[in-house]
Design a protein around this ligand. Structure first.
Ligand code: CP3
Length: 349
């Protein structure tokens, strides 16, 4: 066996495992004092662009929390930046783009020809992290979905109602598709090069697909995710995880799009998702991240409910339904990981 612990990869492929693997979205981050110690000395973008620092914080949750997979420390916004839209990460505000997409000529000006050169620092971070991990656990790579990236490129930062993005797709449908096409092309190059650099699986974070109506989700988000998954998997065997938050209305369509794993938020049940997808995909999730503020016994009860709901059998990767929140006590994350590792054994006998 290539890895000391390959439970995560086996679960992605719905192969037999002796327990349920677990990792946590946004596991390398501010809830860890060890992350904050490094972050105090460098700003966020410097950390992302310095392979030594990125690899160090990537491995922290493996050592400290005991997760079954690492996810490369980076951000989804490296893609818009490489395409020519620079951003700042403003303390306690979030990302702010200097320039936004407003019209056809802004889209034409976006560069997709130099993605691999511009993002060489990510591939270097992947290579260094693989060396340092020394096959202890697999390494996940990720990208934002074209639609989620488009929201940042149009809104210029985070948004509550996505008015500019929705206006754009309603009033400039052809331009919206042209923009999504260009982002998709960039993401395919990016994920392919990341696999080449050594990642063992890839996750597409579609954090905002759920703000769209179903027809718009299918037309402006899933269609492009499908293109990415199919194109990347045409030449690579690494499993692809699709996380479209808030889209229980389209789980069957996500399975049809070729996802190996569907990552679910906490508002749907794994048992329903299993039924809807006909058991074709592995499922990842789906504890409400706020549960980690509860008492220890309550955390265990809620985690048990999820294991029970998935039931006996393979193809479940335990995770939160979205990223871990920055003010969570790391001891609670560790408690969850330890509990799932032990409690899940009986579902794999
Ligand atoms: O999962 C991991 O541990 C890998 C690291 C990771 C980060 N961002 C690091 C990060 C991943 C997978 C992301 C993805 C990401 N980035 C998403 C999609 C996932 C999701 O949560 O929906 C989105 C929407 C972004 C964009 C982004 N990055 C925002 C809106 C912000 C500011 C808000 C926030 O959470 O602070 C970031 C910053 C960011 N990305 C931080 C980290 C650790 C915090 C930066 C800091 O140290 O101050």
């Amino acid at each position: 066996m290539k890895y000391d612990n390959d439970l995560f990869l086996r679960a992605c492929r719905k192969e037999k495992t002796e327990r349920t693997p677990i990792w946590i979205m946004r596991q390398a981050g501010r809830y860890l004092p060890e992350y904050r110690a490094i972050r105090e000395k460098s700003d966020f973008k410097t950390m992302v662009k310095t392979p030594e620092l990125a690899s160090e914080v990537t491995i922290q949750p493996v050592d400290i929390i005991g997760v079954d997979a690492a996810i490369i420390f980076s951000d989804i916004l490296v893609i818009p930046e490489a395409m020519g839209l620079d951003y700042q990460m403003v303390e306690s505000v979030g990302p702010r783009f200097d320039k936004v997409i407003k019209n056809h000529s802004d889209i034409v000006a976006l560069d997709v020809d130099h993605i691999e050169e511009k993002l060489q620092y990510v591939f270097d971070a992947v290579k260094l992290t693989k060396e340092k991990l020394n096959n202890r656990v697999p390494l996940i790579g990720f990208s934002g979905s074209p639609f989620t990236l488009m929201t940042y490129m149009i809104e210029g930062g985070g948004s509550k109602n996505f008015v500019k993005t929705k206006q754009f797709i309603l009033n400039y449908r052809d331009e919206a598709h042209l923009l999504l096409d260009k982002i998709t092309e960039a993401v395919i190059k990016y994920l392919s090069a990341k696999i080449e650099a050594g990642i063992d699986a890839f996750q597409i974070f579609d954090s905002w697909g759920g703000v769209l109506s179903k027809p718009h989700y299918l037309e402006f988000s899933l269609k492009y995710i499908e293109r990415i998954v199919k194109e990347v998997k045409r030449i690579n065997s690494e499993p692809g995880i699709v996380f479209s938050k808030g889209v229980h209305h389209s789980l069957k369509e996500i399975a049809d799009a070729g996802a190996d794993v569907i990552s679910l938020d906490w508002t749907t049940q794994l048992s329903c998702a299993k039924e809807t997808t006909g058991g074709r995909c592995a499922l990842q999730g789906n504890l409400d991240p706020v549960t980690l503020y509860a008492d220890d016994e309550v955390i265990k009860t809620e985690a048990k409910r999820i294991l029970e709901n998935f039931g006996k059998g393979n193809g479940h990767i335990f995770n939160l339904g979205h990223g871990i929140l920055p003010s969570v006590d790391p001891a609670k994350a560790k408690l969850l990981v330890d509990f799932v590792k032990e409690e899940s054994r009986k579902y794999h006998e």
